[in-house]
Design a protein around this ligand. Structure first.
Ligand SMILES: Nc1ncnc2c1ncn2[C@@H]1O[C@H](COP(=O)(O)OP(=O)(O)OP(=O)(O)O)[C@@H](O)[C@H]1O
Ligand code: SF4
Ligand SMILES: [Mg+2]
Length: 350
């Protein structure tokens, strides 16, 4: 069994009298030391997966199905206290927003030392020694331990959050857009720091981002999500050499890897589906240039056109044609026009 096994995970939010399934039957596994990049546009469920794994969902969110096993141990249904004990020590999250992770009224050093003492058997002196060590690992000077969060720059704050998360060498690290708020040079430096530490402590890492080019640099596996579901999953090298799913083809146009020749950016027209009101069939049908009646009638299961590569599309055998067409702006323009027509019709009827 893999170190992390997620099976058929379902996470639901209640809103008023309704509900939406933000994560809908997601399965993946990860071995010790491996890294998985989770990508997809805003609202596809990436952060919800992260919070579900940490069991830090907001009050209106809950795990409504499936299983999460870490080292063979079932996490779903664990008591809050048991889960609290696991955090930081077994599973740590570097969140989307550094500001929220740090308490403004305590120095960074105090927060680190308290965190270490609460989750380990170390005394204050040893905890302080460990805090100095992790500060060094993330490239912060020891004197910064005495600073309050507001006295640090955005980059320093993010490094402090990383120090806080990695202080007890957690075997599973979840990084949710860990550098989005920072400028590109700082982003790059911090990403490489996270990676170096992850390799040093041989942790498994889930790296969440909307930018697939980052995943191409740092993750061994990639999982593409759309509307709460997995569209494609593969080894990163295979995925970037020959993606299968039409949504992946669209994403690769929108976030091309910078190669010698600068490729043209083509965005996917339209926006992700409203999860409170999902249509039957394929979740990508409205924006897919290749959608047919079957896509509207029947939800695609996973096909495995290559060993270890899963794609949730009815037509994996047509991939050559899809790749060729998806590279042209006109293909997506047709979708744009169709969506505009449908919107006009909707407005006329409603
Ligand atoms: N507390 C909440 N209550 C109700 N719905 C929520 C809540 N949090 C998230 N959602 C909904 O769940 C879906 C998934 O949201 P999530 O934050 O997981 O997306 P994401 O992929 O992380 O997006 P982003 O790239 O913008 O961070 C969205 O439709 C979102 O509106
Ligand atoms: S199943 Fe149909 S709508 Fe969905 S991605 Fe494949 S071709 Fe497009
Ligand atoms: Mg998010």
């Amino acid at each position: 069994m893999a170190f992390l096994e997620v099976k058929n995970l379902e996470i639901t939010y209640t809103i008023g009298s309704g509900s939406l399934k933000a994560v809908d039957g997601v399965s993946f596994s990860l071995e010790k030391g491996q890294s998985l990049g989770v990508v997809g546009e805003s609202g596809c469920g990436k952060t919800t997966i992260a919070k579900g794994l940490m069991q830090l969902l907001p009050k209106n969110g809950s795990i409504t199905g499936g299983s999460i096993k870490i080292d063979g141990k079932e996490m779903v249904g664990l008591s809050r206290e048991a889960m609290r004990r696991m955090r930081l020590k077994e599973i740590a999250m570097i969140s989307q927003s550094a500001m929220n992770a740090l308490n403004p009224v305590y120095t960074i050093g105090d927060q680190l030392v308290e965190g270490i003492m609460a989750h380990s058997s170390l005394g204050r002196k040893e905890a302080l020694r460990r805090a100095v060590e992790v500060f060094e690992m993330v490239g912060l000077e020891e004197k910064r331990l005495k600073s309050y969060p507001h006295q640090l720059s955005g980059g320093m704050k993010q490094r402090a959050v990383i120090a806080l998360a990695l202080t007890l060498n957690p075997p599973l690290i979840i990084a949710d857009e860990p550098t989005t708020a920072l400028d590109v040079v700082v982003q790059d430096r911090i990403l490489h720091r996270i990676l170096k530490i992850q390799k040093e402590i041989n942790s498994s890492m889930i790296f969440i981002t909307h930018d697939i080019s980052v995943v191409s640099e740092i993750c061994e596996y990639i999982m593409v999500m759309y509307g709460g579901k997995v569209m494609e999953m593969a080894k990163t090298d295979d995925f970037f050499r020959h993606p299968y799913h039409p949504y992946s083809l669209g994403l690769q146009n929108a976030f091309p890897i910078i190669t010698e020749e600068m490729e043209e950016l083509i965005s996917i027209p339209g926006s992700p589906p409203n999860l409170q009101n999902v249509l039957p069939g394929c979740r990508f049908q409205e924006r897919c240039p290749f959608a047919e009646q079957r896509c509207r009638d029947e939800e695609p299961g996973f096909a495995e056109p290559e060993p270890g590569l899963l794609t949730a599309c009815h037509f994996p055998e047509r991939v050559e044609e899809f790749r060729e067409k998806a590279a042209h702006r006109d293909t997506w323009e047709t979708v744009r026009k169709r969506l505009i027509e449908e919107m006009k019709e909707g407005a006329a009827h409603g």
